[in-house]
Write a new protein. Structure first.
Ligand code: HEC
Ligand code: HEC
Length: 490
C-alpha cells in the first residue's frame, strides 16, 4: 500500500518519523537522554490480563502510529480550542459524540492510549461500534458494546483537529501552559512537547488536511455515519479517477453483534464482501491501521469475541407479548426471506431497481476500486481477494434492530415506525440524541430536546434520500403495529 494516504485520520507520518529518529540514539545526546528518561517511567496501557470487553473499549490494534495524537496534546485541545467544538452537550470529546464511561474517565470509549514513550491516542473498533442510550431524559446512559455509535461525529473529529492546527493558538507556549495545569504532566513531558511534539503534530495535521479536499465536495457526514470507501479511493486516486469522482459513500454505522451467523454472508451495506476476516481487517485499515501496523493478534481477539457478542434484549416490561406474537407470522410472510438466517435472500443483494433506496453509497463503490481493494495486503498471507462490485444492497440479519436506529444504509429513517409507515418518514429530523423513542422504536428525533442535543439530518441532501424499502406497505395499520412489536424481540 502507498504511504501517501488521504484517510481522514492518517496524518502523523511526521510523528512516526520523529519516533523513529528518537529511537535511534545517534540523533543527539539530549534526545537520547529524554527517550531514556521518558521510557523509564511507568507506561499507561492495558495489561496482559485485561478482559476482552475492556480491550474492545480501550485496546490498540495499530492505529496509534498513524492516526494517534500525542496524549497531552489530545488532552488539552478541547480546553484551548473549546470554541471550535460543535455546540453539543457534554465536555471535551463528548461534544463530538465520544462516550465517556464516567465523568472523570481519562479517555472516552473507542480510543486507545499507546504505550510508546510519547503515549498517543488512537481509535479502535468501539469508536464506531459502541454507544449509549437513555430510557428517558433524566435516566443514566446505558452503554452497549457492538451498538452503532449513533452519536459519533468522526468527520467532525477530523475537522476539529484541522481547525486547531490552523489556529495561531496552536503553539508551544499556549499549549504547554495548558498542559502544565494538569498535575500529572511532568517536567520532561514539557521539554519533549515544547521542542518536538507540538510542531511536528501540527505539520502532520496540516499535511493531512491538505489531502481532505474531497470532504468539501460532499454533504457533511454528520454523527453516526462515515464515508467508508471514498477514503480508500483517495489512497488509489489515480487508478480510481478520484479527482473527477463526486459520489457520496456516507454509510450509517452498523452493529457488530453475532458475527458468527454472518460468516459467509455477502455483507457491508452493498454486499461487496463475503469474508468476515476481510470485513474485520478492512475496517481496521479504514480506521487508520496499515497492513504493516495492524496488530493481528489484537484484531483476532476482537474478531473472536464479536462472533458471539449479543445485543441486549428489548426491556420485557415494555413489550406487548400478545401483539408481538400476532406479528410473528406477518414477519415470516413479508420479511424473513431477506432477513433471516437460513432464508434464500439473507446476505444476498436485492437489486437497486427493486429496493429503491438511495443509490449513492452503492455507486461510490466502483469496479476500479474493487480491483484496488483486492491488492491490499499484497505479500501478506491475508491479502484481500473477496471484494466484488454489486448492483444493490444486502439483506442482513435484524438482531438487536431496536438499537440500530436510524435505519437503512444511510441512516435516513429515524424509527421502525417511520420505516413501515411510509407517510411518517420525515424529510428532516434530528440524529444523535440518545433518549429512546419507545413508541416509534428508535431514538427521539424531533421536539425541543432532540433539536438542542441532536444534529439535523436533511433527506434532500445528496446520499441522504429516504425512499425505497417499501415492504409491508399493503399491511393494515394493526398488522404493521404488531410487526413492529415483533421486531423488538429480535
Ligand atoms: C471509523 C468508523 C469505524 C471503525 C473505527 C470501525 N468500523 Fe466497522 N464499519 C464501519 C462502517 C461505516 C461500516 C459499514 C461499511 C459499509 O458497508 O459501507 C462497518 C462495517 C463493519 C463490518 C461489516 C458489518 C456488516 O454487517 O455489514 C464489520 C464486521 C466491521 N465493521 C468490523 C469492525 C471491526 C472489527 C473494527 C475494529 C477493527 C471496526 N469495524 C472499526 C465503521 C467503522
Ligand atoms: C427483498 C428483500 C427484502 C425484504 C422482503 C425485506 N427487506 Fe428489509 N432490507 C432489505 C435490504 C436490501 C435492506 C438494506 C437497504 C438499504 O439500506 O438501502 C433492508 C433493510 C432493512 C432494515 C434496516 C436495517 C438497518 O440496520 O438499518 C430494516 C429494519 C428492515 N429491512 C426491515 C424489514 C421488514 C420489517 C420487512 C418486512 C415488512 C423487510 N425488511 C422486508 C431487503 C428486504
Amino acid at each position: 500500500m502507498r504511504s501517501v494516504d488521504a484517510r481522514p485520520f492518517c496524518y502523523s507520518a511526521r510523528v512516526q518519523s520523529l519516533t523513529r529518529q528518537l529511537r535511534r540514539p545517534a540523533v543527539g545526546g539530549v534526545a537520547a537522554l529524554l527517550v531514556a528518561l521518558v521510557c523509564a517511567r511507568a507506561v499507561d496501557g492495558l495489561s496482559a490480563a485485561t478482559d476482552i470487553a475492556t480491550e474492545f473499549k480501550y485496546g490498540a490494534f495499530g492505529t496509534e502510529e498513524t492516526v494517534g495524537v500525542p496524549y497531552w496534546l489530545w488532552r488539552v485541545l478541547p480546553e484551548v480550542f473549546a470554541d471550535k467544538l460543535p455546540n453539543r452537550p457534554g465536555n471535551a470529546y463528548a461534544r463530538l459524540g465520544f462516550t465517556y464511561e464516567t465523568p472523570t474517565s481519562d479517555v472516552p470509549i473507542g480510543t486507545s492510549k499507546s504505550t510508546d514513550w510519547i503515549p498517543r491516542v488512537g481509535l479502535n473498533c468501539a469508536t464506531c461500534h459502541a454507544a449509549d442510550y437513555r430510557e428517558a431524559p433524566g435516566a443514566t446512559p446505558k452503554i452497549v458494546l457492538g451498538m452503532p455509535a449513533h452519536q459519533m461525529d468522526l468527520q467532525g473529529y477530523a475537522r476539529f483537529l484541522s481547525a486547531c492546527a490552523h489556529d495561531p493558538r496552536f503553539n508551544a507556549n499556549t499549549l504547554v501552559a495548558a498542559m502544565r495545569k494538569h498535575p500529572e504532566f511532568g517536567f520532561f513531558d514539557g521539554l519533549v512537547y515544547r521542542w518536538l511534539v507540538i510542531s511536528r503534530t501540527k505539520d502532520g495535521i496540516l499535511e493531512r488536511d491538505s489531502r481532505l479536499a474531497w470532504f468539501d465536495k460532499r454533504p457533511p457526514q454528520g454523527p453516526g455515519r462515515v464515508d467508508t470507501f471514498n477514503p480508500y479511493k483517495a489512497m488509489f486516486a489515480k487508478e480510481t479517477h478520484f479527482d473527477t469522482d463526486d459520489t457520496v459513500g456516507t454509510a450509517d454505522l452498523p452493529s457488530l453483534w453475532n458475527q458468527r451467523m454472518r460468516q459467509g454472508l455477502w455483507l457491508h451495506w452493498d454486499g461487496n464482501n463475503n469474508s468476515m476476516e476481510e470485513r474485520n481487517k478492512s475496517a481496521a485499515i479504514g480506521a487508520g491501521a496499515t497492513p504493516d501496523s495492524l496488530d493481528l493478534d489484537a484484531l483476532d481477539r476482537i474478531a473472536q469475541w464479536i462472533l458471539d457478542l449479543k445485543p441486549p434484549a428489548f426491556p420485557p416490561e415494555r413489550l406487548d407479548k400478545a401483539l408481538a406474537d400476532a406479528g410473528t407470522p406477518i414477519y415470516q410472510q413479508h420479511c424473513a426471506s431477506c432477513h433471516d438466517i437460513g432464508q434464500p435472500r439473507v446476505g444476498q443483494v436485492t437489486e437497486i431497481a427493486e429496493i429503491g433506496t438511495d443509490p449513492e453509497r452503492l455507486r461510490s463503490f466502483t469496479p476500479e476500486l474493487v480491483t484496488q481493494m483486492n491488492t491490499i495486503g499484497t505479500g501478506k498471507p491475508w491479502r484481500f481477494s473477496h471484494f466484488r462490485k454489486t448492483n444493490g444492497y444486502a439483506g442482513m440479519p435484524l438482531d438487536g434492530i431496536w438499537l440500530r436506529a436510524p435505519y437503512l444504509h444511510n441512516g435516513s429513517v429515524p424509527t421502525l415506525r417511520a420505516l413501515l409507515f411510509l407517510d411518517e418518514r420525515p424529510s428532516r429530523f434530528y440524529r444523535a440524541y440518545d433518549v429512546y423513542d419507545w413508541r416509534g422504536v428508535g431514538f427521539v428525533s424531533s421536539g425541543p430536546d432532540a433539536e438542542k442535543q441532536g444534529v439535523a439530518f436533511d433527506t434532500s441532501q445528496r446520499g441522504n434520500g429516504n425512499g425505497g424499502h417499501t415492504y409491508g406497505r399493503d399491511l393494515s395499520v394493526k398488522e404493521r403495529e404488531s410487526l413492529i412489536e415483533y421486531l423488538k424481540t429480535l
